[in-house]
Design a protein around this ligand. Sequence first.
Ligand SMILES: C[S@@+](CC[C@H](N)C(=O)[O-])C[C@H]1O[C@@H](n2cnc3c(N)ncnc32)[C@H](O)[C@@H]1O
Length: 278
Amino acid sequence: MYPYRDGLTALSGSPVKAAVAGLSETDRALLDTVDHVVDLGCGNGAPAAALVPVLPTTCRWLLVEKDEGQLVAARSRLRSMTSQRVDGVCADLTRLPFERLPSGPGLILISHVLYYLPGWQDVLSWLVQKARSSGSALVVVMRSRQSASYQLRACIRTAQGGSEDGMLTAESVQSWLKSHDVPYSAVASAAAVSYDLTGIRMDDPDMVPRACDRHASLYSMLSLLCHTDPAGLDPGPAAALTNVIRRMVHRNRLDLLLDDLILVVSPSSREVPCRTLT
Ligand SMILES: C[S@@+](CC[C@H](N)C(=O)[O-])C[C@H]1O[C@@H](n2cnc3c(N)ncnc32)[C@H](O)[C@@H]1O
């Protein structure tokens, strides 16, 4: 079973809505001509579902996911929202080329997936080329270096003897796009989830499990942001994680910053200053 499933339901599709809101006028006009969406690593389908109301009602959908359970959930979610064709393909995105992309101008969405693909540069390069040759827009959603996710992953990684170098963030993808002369637009979308920890002592070595006992969604949220099961860590990384989480608590509230960057490569994209949507 994919370990991040519960966390996914805790998140909304808002980064995708932010991406649409942040598109330039020309890009927004392009949305009116989109006749299909390909959602790569669609998870439970929440980001694709957020797009349904803003795209033409004639739009067809192709959902790609390696986890069959997630794919089934995503497909039924989309089918309940549109009478158009919704196809689902269970596939591993590390196996390129992925031959099932429809032709013609569409929207290719890859939201919070590149971290899991060791050869992400090859995947991105292939997607950019596919978007260009078909006149499609490519929307990449990633957590930024400022996010709680980065801090949590970095502390686990260093406590395990690794380094922060090579940890994939939205900024890594931006650098790659710049160094490959791929124009893009960037939109920042900041949100936070907050948990009340009143009465939980910060010096309690079990403060994280206690906080998770109190808030049903916190454990799955931490699993999602850490990219691993926080309960399955060795003592050293577990202690490092607890320390970082303690530092995120202010006035008895644990605030986890979900700081996304949405990078849009489209036929009309040009580099524009990044602006924050609230
Ligand atoms: C963090 S979730 C993001 C889900 C969704 N796109 C969203 O933004 O809410 C990552 C998703 O990528 C999928 N995934 C990870 N590696 C994959 C691969 N190699 N091929 C296909 N899907 C993959 C996972 O199964 C999971 O559903």
